[in-house]
Design a protein around this ligand. Structure first.
Ligand code: URA
Length: 209
């Protein structure tokens, strides 16, 4: 079974409170999501492999560490996932960014892929799929299905708030994909919103409604 990592860093938790607050306006909401994404990227990259190189300091030669060149890909689920991309790229600017668009079929209620653009070397990359909310899990499951279908083997999923129902559904389909979240909330309500959640992440990020 995949693991669920809850990033309980005080800065993440502090910022998340203001993200949840309904009186936080679009500009501040977007900035906070960006900052939380950066902090989560810091945590999720903890296990990246390092290698040693020689570097000349003003004093003498030294052996020092750099990232071992693991190729990373970030895949936001449209549209709310876009709000997390820049924050992650601040820390890992060499990552390539794919995009996946999904809509919910009104009859089957299942997510259907309408857009997909991934880096060409899918098999060689480790992917972080991002979406601020893991609600029913439907979009996250389908996004990871799409990546696996194209040959991705190393995938993580990162979101800001998850519902227990979404975590369970996701893990039952993708037990090989670890989840990285800032908060595990109480439940989903009858409209599919996470409770207490933050409302509609896409609308709050982009000022629509
Ligand atoms: N998507 C959102 O943006 N918010 C929720 O609460 C659930 C799904």
């Amino acid at each position: 079974m995949g693991k669920v990592y809850v990033f309980d860093h005080p800065l993440i938790q502090h910022k998340l409170t203001y993200i949840r607050d309904k009186s936080t306006g679009t500009k501040e909401f977007r900035e906070l999501v960006d900052e939380v994404a950066t902090l989560m990227a810091f945590e999720i990259t903890r296990d990246l492999p390092l290698k040693e190189i020689e570097v000349e300091t003003p004093v003498q030669m030294a052996t020092s560490k750099v990232l071992a060149g693991k190729k990373l890909g970030i895949v936001p689920i449209l549209r709310a996932g876009i709000g997390m991309v820049d924050g992650i790229l601040k820390l890992i600017p060499a990552a390539k960014v794919g995009h996946i668009g999904l809509y919910r079929d009104p009859e089957t209620l299942q997510p259907v892929e309408y857009y997909l653009k991934l880096p060409s070397d899918v098999q060689e990359r480790e992917f972080i799929v991002v979406d601020p909310m893991l609600a029913t899990g439907g979009s996250a499951i389908e996004a990871v299905n799409s990546l696996k279908k194209r040959g991705a083997t190393k995938i993580r999923f990162m979101c800001i708030i998850a519902a227990p129902e979404g975590v369970e559904a996701f893990q039952s389909v993708h037990p090989d994909v670890d989840l990285y979240i800032a908060a595990l909330d109480e439940k989903l309500n009858e409209h599919g919103y996470i409770v207490p959640g933050l409302g509609d992440a896409g609308d709050r990020l982009f000022g629509t409604k």
